[in-house]
Design a protein around this ligand. Structure first.
Ligand code: MN
Length: 732
């Protein structure tokens, strides 16, 4: 990209003709003429005619070989903001797409904001949202910003600093995440010049001093590599890699290094024709010069999220200095320079259809981040959270299967879990990092292999998770979880799900959803209304299948003969009679049969409200289990299942439940848990606490409760305790 030369409209037209059809060129020239008329009599701070700016912006887009709609958008990008022309007129004169792109880069007008910052944040939010709909919005915005930065010297110093700051905080990282390094580096270098002129000119000076020495050194390396490659007949383009001032500056500041300690001051790039050649060249480099340990990175096998692919290595070069080498194919290089723009690039009048599907998939992360904008009304908060996700450094970690996951640095295992799947996130109870248990607020490091431990019995996220997670994706899902616990939104969804499940039994919902039947069922689950029942289904506090099973059981019973039940009972009935005298009050009714010994199983400790199943034991009566208890899931056990249900009035009885609470081990945690249980007038029969070397505390308690409603309240109360990560109902 030509940096300082101004492109004329004639030059632009000529460049565009190299890759656009005649009609397309006519289309963009019409956009130029329209913009030229609209901006006539307007001038920039530099004193130039205003139209120079849109021409440069469109010119940058032509350099990126963008499609005609985007280039037209470049010409027209300031028309709506700075002239009397409206979006409707743009749509009429051109088309919907062009108008949409122009709208995306047009700042929000008229509305008054409480501060300049708030207004700017709103503008950014608007741009991000438009960008999620069509990525070309941001390509125009980046081209616009690039030209504005190139001409920043005409603005007053204070504005220079504001623009440079915004560029370094938002636009350069955005270009980076979209893989458009050609624009990213220029934005960064110009910003540095205004943000820290002293350092900027010092680095320029240092670079100059040793330039000759460096260049001859690089030449020597290039010659040596060329000689080697000729021998094995590999065609390659080798060049010294241009240095970017900002990356040198960052290394000097962040890593506190001296100028001459920075490795990639000496760097070469090797472009070849195939992936096979990339690895062949790498082999040769490593044979010629000794590789430095820990510096080899294979972004071909594991591309970055911004689509970047390349091999990186650092070797001890011919003169004993570290030498950075990048090896990639020409196509990879194009994507390394132009990133996402390369996917929009046109060639011979057609859009290059470069694996569009995988390209769209790679953008889903971005769309997911933006989902959060529906949740927050505060644009400043929105932009701040975007900055964390988009713009912080990344860590690369692995799934146990070896897939790479890219996360913002500072991410914890929960961020990873939510990136894999929402359910995995919600059911997380712990994490193994490189095979070792670590607390949930462990900060992930590059190369960590993460195994998330989940439990179906987990009660889901704690409030603390919002504090320890880093990504807005995770925070978003956690918030959604809490939101789902709010009733109203879930009633409709729950009703829908229940009706679907009823139909799965081949029963018309109307038939099952009678007032009487609904009342019977919601009362059995300890709800006070049918809305409550539906809401619980909606937030998955209870499954639709279970509710539907209950709602249809009478209908199904009358439809089906209970042959199996009868048969099973026939053989065992006599056994039970002996135990008649032991019958105790379990609170469970075995339908159709009296005088059975019924006991609640110790393995899963069912409580009223749990879905239960009877199990006919050999000689010990009926044991009652939760239906999800693994002990009654076997094929063999299924044959001995027996329909049982809770007695209607349960208020007087108490049942054992085991809970496991894990969290950060701090003084007072156990006490607070016990206090929380006490406050809800619940008896504790057993307590056990331990903690490990990683400051993870695990507290096991057994409590006496009346029903699942009661249990849910206690669990909610415990989850609100600071530093509690997870509460799980355990099986013994
Ligand atoms: Mn502009």
């Amino acid at each position: 990209m030509a940096k300082n030369d101004i492109i004329t409209i004639e030059q632009l037209q000529e460049k565009a003709s190299t890759y656009l059809s005649e009609d397309d060129v006519a289309f963009i020239m019409r956009a130029y003429t329209y913009a030229e008329e609209a901006h006539r009599d307007q001038y920039r701070k530099s004193g130039e005619a205003y139209i120079i700016h849109p021409i440069q912006v469109a010119g940058i887009l032509v350099d990126l070989k963008m499609d005609p709609v985007t280039v037209a958008g470049g010409f027209l990008h300031d028309v709506v903001e700075d002239t009397e022309i409206t979006l409707e007129e743009i749509e009429e004169q051109f088309n919907k797409e062009v108008a949409m792109l122009v709208d995306g880069v047009t700042k929000l007008g008229k509305i008054k904001y409480k501060s300049k910052e708030a207004q700017q944040a709103e503008n950014h939010r608007k741009m991000f949202v438009a960008m999620a709909k069509d990525i070309r919005v941001i390509l125009i915005k980046l081209a616009d910003r690039l030209h504005n930065m190139r001409t920043l010297k005409f603005l007053p110093p204070e504005k220079q600093r504001i623009k440079a700051n915004e560029t370094i905080e938002i636009f350069a990282p955005l270009a980076h995440r979209l893989g458009i390094s050609a624009i990213k580096w220029e934005l960064e270098d110009i910003s540095l010049r205004y943000l820290n002129p002293q350092q900027y000119y010092r680095i320029v000076q240092l670079m100059k001093q040793k330039r000759e020495q460096r260049e001859s050194y690089i030449d020597e390396v290039i010659q040596e590599v060329n000689k080697q490659l000729e021998e094995i007949n590999i065609e390659a383009e080798i060049s010294g890699r241009p240095k970017h001032l900002y990356s040198i500056y960052q290394k000097m500041i962040k890593q506190n290094k001296q100028f001459n300690e920075i490795y990639d001051l000496l760097a070469v790039r090797i472009l070849v024709n195939s992936i096979k050649d990339c690895y062949a060249v790498l082999g040769i480099i490593h044979t010629c010069w000794k590789p430095m340990p820990g510096r080899f990175k294979d972004y071909i096998a594991m591309p970055k999220q911004n689509l970047y692919q390349s091999l990186h290595t650092t070797v001890i070069g011919p003169k004993g200095d570290p030498l950075e080498v990048q090896i990639r194919t020409k196509e990879m290089h194009e994507i390394a320079e132009y990133g996402i723009a390369a996917h929009w690039a046109y060639k011979e009048g057609k859009q290059l259809n470069r694996d569009k599907k995988s390209f769209e998939e790679k953008l889903t992360w971005f769309r997911e981040i933006l989902e959060w904008q529906n949740e927050t009304h505060d644009a400043e908060e929105f932009v701040e959270s975007l900055k964390v996700d988009l713009f912080s450094d990344m860590v690369y970690v692995f799934t146990p299967k070896g897939d790479v996951i890219e996360l913002p640095s500072g991410s914890v295992p929960l961020d990873f879990a939510y990136r894999i799947h929402t359910e995995i996130g919600n059911q997380t109870i712990g994490a193994k990092i490189n095979g070792k248990m670590e607390p949930l607020d462990y900060k992930l490091k590059n190369g960590d292999i993460i195994e998330v431990l989940t439990s179906k019995h987990s009660y889901g996220p704690s409030q603390d998770w919002l504090k320890i997670t880093q990504t807005s994706q995770a925070k978003n899902k956690i918030r959604q979880f809490f939101k789902k616990q709010r009733r109203e939104e879930n009633v409709a969804k729950g009703k829908d799900l229940v009706e679907k499940e009823i139909r799965a039994f081949d029963i018309e919902p109307k038939e099952a959803l009678t007032e009487e039947n609904l009342k019977r069922v919601y009362e059995r689950f300890n709800f006070v209304s049918e809305e409550d029942l539906y809401a619980a289904v909606g937030y998955q506090g209870i499954t639709a299948a279970l509710v539907a099973t209950r709602l249809t059981e009478k209908i199904r019973q009358s439809r089906q003969k209970e042959e199996d039940l009868a048969k099973t009972l026939e053989g065992t009935k006599t056994e039970y009679k002996e135990f008649k005298k032991h019958k105790k009050d379990s609170g469970v009714i075995v339908e159709g049969i009296d005088n059975l010994l019924v006991r609640l199983s110790k393995c899963c400790n069912p409580v009223p409200g749990d879905e239960i199943i009877g199990y006919i034991t050999k000689g010990r009566g009926v044991s009652v289990h939760r239906t999800d208890c693994p002990n009654v899931q076997t094929e063999e056990a299924r044959e001995r299942h027996l329909h049982v249900e809770w007695e209607e009035d349960q208020t007087q009885k108490q049942y054992h439940v085991d809970l496991e609470i894990s969290g950060y081990d701090r003084r007072g945690l156990l006490n607070e848990v016990l206090q929380a249980v006490n406050e809800s007038k619940t008896n504790i029969t057993h307590v056990n606490g331990r903690s490990d070397r990683n400051k993870m505390a695990v507290i096991q308690i057994t409590i006496l409760i009346h029903n699942t409603n009661h249990l849910r309240k206690i669990v909610e109360r415990i989850k609100q305790i600071k530093d509690v990560y997870a509460v799980t109902r355990t099986l013994q």
